[in-house]
Design a protein around this ligand. Structure first.
Ligand code: ATP
Length: 499
C-alpha cells in the first residue's frame, strides 16, 4: 500500500486507473517510530500500480520520507522496525532503510520490502532483536544477512559491505564497509538511496544522484564497469525500465551494449541468469521487459535462438485468464501465484520458447540450468507446437486429441492454446483444457472386477477403451458403459473372473 497525496483525476491520467480501483483509507495517525510532523485530514492509498506509464516524475514525500514510510506500514511492521531502531541505538549502531522502498516512496508506489543496512554486525543485531521479541530468525552468516519475522511482518538486514570485482562476471570479493560503500556497490542510482533510522529527522542519502534520476525517469549505472562487473544488471535494467515506465539512460545503454559485445553475459552462470529472468517473469507485466530484452539482443546473448517476441505479444494480447487453476489444472507452481487471474509467469516462459527447435529448447534448459518444472514447460511447449498440424487435422476425434496431449504440462497446454496461429489447434487445446481432460467413465476398476473382469492388465485396458468411447460419445449412461464392458470382455478374450 502507498500513500498518495494527489487528486483522483491526476492518478487516473498518469496511472491509467480509476479512483474507485485505487483508493483505500488507512488508520491515522500511525503509531510508533516517533510522532508525525503534521497530520492529514483525509488520505488516499493506492495499490493498483498496473498499466502505469510515468513520464517526468513529480516526486512525493521528499520533505519527510520517514513519515511517509511510517504511515504506509501496518502496525506489526512498524513496531518491528521501532524495536530494531531502539536496539540499534542502544548498541550505537547506525541502521538505514535502503533500496527499492525509498525509490518507490518517492514515486508514490506501494512497497512493503523492509531492507535494512547495518553499519556493523547485522546477524548479531537480528539475533538480539529476535530474542527480545520472540521473533523468527534466519541468518546467513557467510553473507552477513539475516531475516527477522514476526506475525507476518518481516525485516531483511544486511551488514554494510564493500565489494571488489576481480574479474568480469565473477562474484565479488566482499568486506565490511560503511553505508556509502554499500550504496556504491548497488546496481542503479535509483536503488542507491538510504534513509537513516538512527539519526534525528534524516534526509535521504543520495550520493549517486538517484533522486534526480527518479525524477527524470532514468535507469543509470553508478560507474562505467558496472555491467562488466555484473552482467545480470543488464536484465535488471530492463526490468526496472519497463516496470517503472523509465528509460535506460543513453550512456548506460551503450555500456550494456559494450558488455554484451564483449560476451560478458556468456561468462555468467545459468543460475544467476535464471534468477534474473525469473524476476522478469514474476513482474506484474512481464511482456514489455521480455520484448525489450529481445529487442536489445540481451536474450540472444544468453541463447542465440531467443530472438522472437511474437508469441509473447500474442500471449499478452490473449488477455487475462479467468480461474486458471480451475479451468486448466495449472497448479500453483506453474500458474496462479495469487495475483488473481493474471497470466501466470510460466506461460511467458512457454511463449518465449514457443518458436524454438527441440535442440534449441534443450540448449536453453542446459544454459539456464532450468529446474524440472521449467524444463518440462519448455519441452512440452515445443513438442505441442510441433504437434499443431496433427491437432488441427480435420475430423480429429476427441479420444485421439486426448491421447496426443494428455500428460503435457498444463502451463504449456494453456500457453500454446493462446499463442498458436492455428485457430483449429487452439480450439482443440481449449476443448481439452476446458472439457475433455475432465471426462472419465463412471465405472472404476473395482466396478469392472464386480462385472467379472479378471484382475490384471485387462482392467486398465478396458478402462482405457471405456474412456475413449465416453470421449467420442459412444457411451453416455452407466448402463451403456456396463454393456460396453461386457462386449469388450468378450472381444478381448478375458476369462470372466468372480464378481
Ligand atoms: P525492487 O524490484 O522493488 O527494487 P527487488 O526485489 O528487485 O526490488 P532486489 O533484487 O531484492 O530488488 O534487490 C534489492 C536491492 O539490492 C536493489 O535495490 C539493489 O540496490 C541491490 N541489488 C540487487 N541485485 C543487485 C545486483 N546484481 N547488483 C547490484 N545491486 C543489486
Amino acid at each position: 500500500m502507498w500513500i498518495l497525496s494527489i487528486p483522483d483525476a491526476v492518478v487516473k491520467a498518469r496511472w491509467g486507473c480509476s479512483g474507485a480501483q485505487c483508493f483505500q483509507s488507512q488508520p491515522w495517525p500511525p503509531v510508533g517510530l516517533g510522532a508525525p510532523a503534521r497530520e492529514f485530514g483525509e488520505r488516499a492509498v493506492c495499490y493498483n500500480t498496473s498499466h502505469r506509464r510515468l513520464s517526468t516524475q513529480k516526486l512525493r514525500h521528499t520533505a519527510n520520507p520517514l513519515l511517509a514510510i511510517q504511515t504506509s506500514l501496518d502496525s506489526g511492521s512498524l513496531s518491528l522496525l521501532d524495536a530494531l531502531r531502539r536496539r540499534a541505538k542502544s548498541r550505537s549502531l547506525a541502521i538505514y532503510l535502503v533500496g527499492g522502498l525509498l525509490r518507490d516512496v518517492l514515486l508514490g508506489i506501494a512497497s512493503e520490502d523492509l531492507d535494512l543496512v547495518v553499519e556493523g554486525d547485522a546477524p548479531a543485531l537480528a539475533r538480539e532483536l529476535s530474542e527480545e521479541l520472540g521473533a523468527g530468525l534466519v541468518v546467513h552468516p557467510q553473507f552477513g544477512t539475516a531475516t527477522v519475522t514476526l506475525d507476518g511482518s518481516r525485516l531483511d538486514l544486511v551488514t554494510a559491505r564493500k565489494e571488489v570485482y576481480l574479474r568480469p562476471a565473477d562474484l565479488p570479493r566482499v568486506s565490511p564497509g560503511t553505508i556509502d560503500d554499500d550504496l556504491a556497490r548497488r546496481d542503479f542510482s535509483i536503488n542507491a538511496l538510504a534513509l537513516s533510522l538512527t539519526e534525528p529527522r534524516p534526509a535521504i542519502r543520495d550520493p549517486h544522484g538517484g533522486i534526480d534520476d527518479i525524477s527524470r525517469g532514468l535507469v543509470r549505472v553508478l560507474h562505467r564497469r558496472s555491467f562488466a562487473d555484473d552482467p545480470t544488471r543488464i536484465l535488471r535494467a530492463v526490468r526496472y525500465e519497463q516496470r517503472l515506465g523509465f528509460r535506460i539512460e543513453d550512456e548506460t545503454l551503450s555500456l550494456a551494449q559494450e558488455a554484451m559485445d564483449q560476451g560478458y553475459l556468456a561468462a555468467v552462470s545459468g543460475d544467476r541468469l535464471r534468477h534474473e529472468l525469473d524476476r522478469i517473469l514474476q513482474e506484474e507485466r512481464p511482456a514489455p521487459a521480455l520484448r525489450r530484452a529481445i529487442e536489445l539482443g540481451i536474450l540472444a546473448g544468453i541463447h542465440p535462438a531467443l530472438v522472437n517476441s511474437e508469441a509473447i505479444d500474442r500471449l499478452e494480447a490473449s488477455g487475462q485468464l479467468r480461474n486458471v487453476t480451475d479451468d486448466s489444472g495449472v497448479d500453483d507452481d506453474q500458474a496462479d501465484d495469487g495475483r488473481g487471474g493474471e497470466i501466470p509467469p510460466m506461460l511467458f516462459l512457454a511463449a518465449l520458447v514457443y518458436t524454438l527447435s527441440p535442440g534449441d529448447g534443450e540448449g536453453i534448459i542446459g544454459r539456464l540450468n532450468l529446474p524440472g518444472a521449467w524444463a518440462e514447460v519448455v519441452r512440452d511447449t515445443i513438442t505441442l507446437r510441433v504437434l499443431e498440424p496433427e491437432l488441427a487435422a480435420p475430423g480429429l476425434s476427441a479420444s485421439r486429441l486426448v491421447s496426443l496431449v494428455q500428460g503435457f504440462s498444463p502451463a504449456a497446454l494453456l500457453a500454446v492454446s493462446r499463442v498458436t496461429i492455428s485457430s483449429a489447434a487452439g480450439r482443440m487445446l481449449e476443448n481439452y483444457l476446458d472439457e475433455l481432460q475432465h471426462i472419465a467413465p463412471v465405472l472404476k476398476g473395482g466396478d469392472l472386477l464386480a462385472l467379472g473382469v479378471p484382475s490384471g492388465p485387462l482392467v486398465g485396458k478396458i478402462l482405457g477403451q471405456l474412456r475413449e468411447a465416453k470421449l467420442d460419445g459412444q457411451v453416455d449412461t452407466i448402463d451403456q458403459e456396463k454393456r460396453l464392458v461386457e462386449e469388450l470382455l468378450v472381444q478381448l478374450g478375458g476369462q470372466p473372473g468372480r464378481g
